[in-house]
Design a protein around this ligand. Sequence first.
Ligand code: AMP
Ligand code: ZN
Length: 118
Amino acid sequence: MVNHDENCIFCKIIRKEIPSEIVYQDEKVTAFKDLSPIAPVHVLIVPNTHIPSLSESSSEHAELLGEVLLAGAKIARDLKIDQSGYRIVVNNGADAGQTVFHIHFHLLGGRELHFKTQ
Ligand code: AMP
Ligand code: ZN
């Protein structure tokens, strides 16, 4: 079942209530271009159901989070950065600078990446 939060910007993107550049969508996962990219490829991959953060997810989400991660690998292949390399990042909480509280995986690539992502 897909839950959504009326006030969540990513739930609105998933439901196409606000515009975004969606690069992949299926019944469980949506991926769209980051509004402020920090790399030539910067895509956010999210579950269609509203989960605020990694620390607020639980074993019931294990399969879904695996599918989000595998969608990232598929999108990396589609965008042809799988050979050059890429990084997938989840920010959790204040010290990681999480600003949107709908769990999302950053897919970064198209340039050499340093350890820090911001
Ligand atoms: P985080 O710091 O991990 O919470 O990342 C949130 C990301 O969401 C940032 O990289 C923002 O640039 C991105 N972002 C915020 N609003 C939008 C939007 N409407 N469409 C696409 N990306 C967004
Ligand atoms: Zn949401």
